[in-house]
Design a protein around this ligand. Structure first.
Ligand code: 4AD
Ligand code: MG
Length: 433
């Protein structure tokens, strides 16, 4: 009779009645006459009390067999109890062991090294902290869909197996029948541009892959990216959409994940300040600022993580650095008519050391200039025929950006490394679990 089991999140409605709950033991305590079981089911935490004299001897006996992570079913009357987690407590009268758990459960209530925890990621996910992070991520994902849905964007799912290369970073390749080599998508953008010409305002939301040999706290080899693409938007419209979007996501997490952010001990005051407009600094000006601060950067170099940190420290919210040198950026960015050494693009840098969360640009809409850029980058022209068609048949001003989900969620949660905000991270040296 599964219908009589209640999820912990719904227990408040059952106060004063008897209910059954299933879950995993997280804590056990006994005085010899009274025993306490703290139970977790993913939706919440429940404390059950067993009084030896009030229960059948076999129930008391079963309690003695419990270990942490044993899966059990408990039945009893629910009482309001302000001191209990979740605000209710159960007086248990029945206890069933569903699945015992040997006492060598790898994750103990002590400090473990991160490699050990990652090796046991399938079990580490059961911790309160990981649950809080997963819930923030889920809220942010839902907010992303709501943001675009409310604004009339169409979600378009783009392929993961691709022939055309989007970004400069490393590629994962695989043999593809008689078609030669397929690459795991680094971006959905090129397809997003085709869809923008067809549907006007679109976004993609999918996994993307970078065979990057970088072992930093900001890099995964597989991460999730959200890429809107908007017909008739220019670079300024693009930045306005980005700041509205980022502010919306942060607000939503603050409003709906207060408990989770508290669990994560996140100081939310810097997040409260994330409201548009975000400061905008031209790349050329940024180089001047950095030189004054002692950086060795030269005009033409891409910004390193340290440069980004130096720029962000003067501001209390995310900032835009716009119009980078052409050589530092991808082939599809539109040449800046006012300074052809640069392209119409921006990076959005998060505060508190989280760095680039968005890369965006207006796209090159001139057929010949785009052909030149594809050649200059040494990209295989044949793979871009369809992409060039977008400039041949009714070319159009358009712009878009990519927001990295894990970097954004890590920043909102205040977790130092992005590997913690995806259930099963893929890193250079990690393919399991
Ligand atoms: O700046 P990127 O490379 O831009 C693009 O891929 C464009 N096609 C986006 C567009 O215009 N449609 O990547 C965008 C964002 C970065 O700002 C970062 O947040 C995230 O994706 N990102 C990564 N996140 C985790 N691990 C990595 N290795 C990442 N590489 C990029
Ligand atoms: Mg980038």
């Amino acid at each position: 009779m599964t219908s009589s089991f209640v999820r912990i999140e719904a227990l408040r409605a059952h106060v004063g009645r008897v209910a059954s709950v299933r879950g995993w033991v997280t804590h056990l305590r006994s005085s010899g006459k009274v025993a306490f079981i703290v139970l977790r089911d993913g939706t919440g935490v429940l404390q059950s009390v067993i009084v030896k004299n009030n229960v059948a001897p076999e129930v008391w006996e079963r309690f003695q067999q419990l270990t942490v992570e044993t899966s059990i079913a408990v039945t009893g009357e629910l009482r309001e109890d302000a001191r209990s987690p979740g605000g209710v407590e159960m007086s248990a009268v029945a206890l069933e062991i569903i699945g015992p758990s040997p006492t060598d459960y790898p994750i103990q209530p002590k400090e473990h090294g991160v490699d050990f925890l990652l090796d046991h990621r399938h079990l580490w996910l059961r911790s309160r902290r990981q649950r809080a992070i997963a819930r923030v991520r889920n809220e942010v994902e839902q907010a992303i869909h709501d943001f675009f849905y409310e604004r009339g964007f169409l979600r378009v799912d783009t392929p993961i197996l691709t022939a055309a290369i989007g970004e400069r970073s490393g590629l994962f390749a695989t043999e593809y029948f008689d078609e030669g080599t397929a690459f795991l998508a680094q971006t959905g953008q090129l397809y997003g541009e085709a869809a923008a010409a067809a549907f006007g305002k679109i976004y993609t939301f999918g996994p993307t892959f970078r065979a990057e040999k970088s072992k930093t706290r900001r890099h995964l080899t597989e991460f999730w990216m959200i890429e809107p693409e908007v017909a008739w938007n220019d670079s300024n419209d693009n930045m306005r959409l980005q700041e509205e979007f980022v502010a919306y996501l942060v607000r939503r997490a603050l409003d709906r994940c207060a408990e989770e952010l508290k669990e994560l001990e996140r100081d939310t005051s810097p997040l409260e300040r994330v409201v548009p407009p975000f400061p905008r600094i031209a790349y050329t000006e940024a180089v001047e600022i950095l030189k004054k601060k002692g950086s060795t950067i030269q005009w033409g170099d891409d910004l390193g993580a340290e440069d980004e940190a130096l720029l962000v420290e003067d501001h209390d919210r995310p900032i835009f650095i716009f119009n980078y040198p052409k050589e530092a950026k991808a082939f599809y960015m539109k040449e800046n008519p006012e300074d052809p050494r640069t392209v119409l693009c921006d990076d959005c840098l998060a505060p508190e050391g989280y760095g680039e969360i968005i890369g965006g640009s207006q796209r090159e809409d001139d057929y010949d200039k785009l052909v030149q850029r594809i050649k200059a980058e040494g990209l295989p022209m044949a793979a871009y025929g369809w992409y060039l068609d977008l400039r041949k048949y009714g070319t159009f001003t358009h712009a878009g950006f990519g927001l990295g989900l894990e970097r954004t969620v890590a920043w909102i949660c205040g977790t130092p490394h992005i590997r913690e905000v995806i259930a099963f991270p893929r890193l250079m040296n990690r393919l399991a679990p």
